[in-house]
Design a protein around this ligand. Sequence first.
Ligand code: ADP
Ligand code: MG
Length: 331
Amino acid sequence: DAAINRIAAGEVVERPASAVKELVENAIDAGATRIEVAIADGGKTLIRVIDDGCGIPAGDLPLALSRHATSKIDGSDLLAINSFGFRGEALPSLGAVGRLTITSRARGQDAAMIRVEGGHAQPVRPAALQSGTTVELTDLFYATPARLKFLKSDRAETQAIADVVKRLAMAEPFVTVILRDVSGGGDGRVTFRADARTGDMFKALHGRLETVLGKDFAANALKIDAEREGFHLTGYAALPTFSRGSAVMQYLFVNGRPVRDKLLIGALRGAYMDFLSRDRHPAACLFIDCDPQLVDVNVHPAKSEVRFRNAGSVRGLIVSGLRHALAEAGH
Ligand code: ADP
Ligand code: MG
């Protein structure tokens, strides 16, 4: 069983950044208003995610670690399963590839903790914690040295983690998100900080754009708000002059979750086709929201690719929505 868990875990946890993604998504799902991520040595020796969300009742801690156990779908919700991708995989996977400690306190209850090593959970013990959940993952891939060898330098893994954290922060402008590098021990240093924004969605997102992509970018960004055949497109797109030699400034989300999807990237390129040479990548932060039944996020456990029921509408929506905004801005 431990071996099966370890193999399946490799699908979910490819590198430290994938562990960070799963843990921060859990914190978001728990309704956290403040999420602090601490990493050491590119996340290889330590990843800690502290949230102030709803917490996990002590009695549910072992359950949270068992494969396919999720509190996020109930039996009546069969159709929605698709929209949630691979459910109940993250914590058991993390427990199979590293040393995992979850400390949590559900509202009105006592704090408790559980520790897992090599897929084997120890009994739940009492713990001290004010509120929310703290998940600590140490010595990632210690049991699978072959995987460890495939990781990049600490610097590159740190970079990948920062990218994941920024993307999730962009998707959640009402949440405070902090990334700290504690490689040297102690409190380390804060490498990214985005304080919770207020106001309506556009105002909050615009504030987030300032934090993540810079004041200049935000000041020149074009507001996007369009709809077609059940798909809603919102966000901000940059003027062609803000394009880059790579896709680093493309933030794409489907139903609130970051994706890196060929169809969406292609549509974005298509919208700017007349203004950019082929080696330039337009910058934009775009959210596509739709009924979960119109999109399959189950293509891969890491959930970065999606499949739309009606790809043509989505492409058309992005191209026309962006072209319209560009035309209004004089392009
Ligand atoms: P999933 O997120 O797909 O449900 P996970 O393995 O990531 O599966 O988590 C399992 C369960 O543990 C979640 O459904 C949730 O009930 C609980 N959980 C995990 N992380 C947190 C957290 N930070 N705060 C509250 N509950 C959590
Ligand atoms: Mg999860």
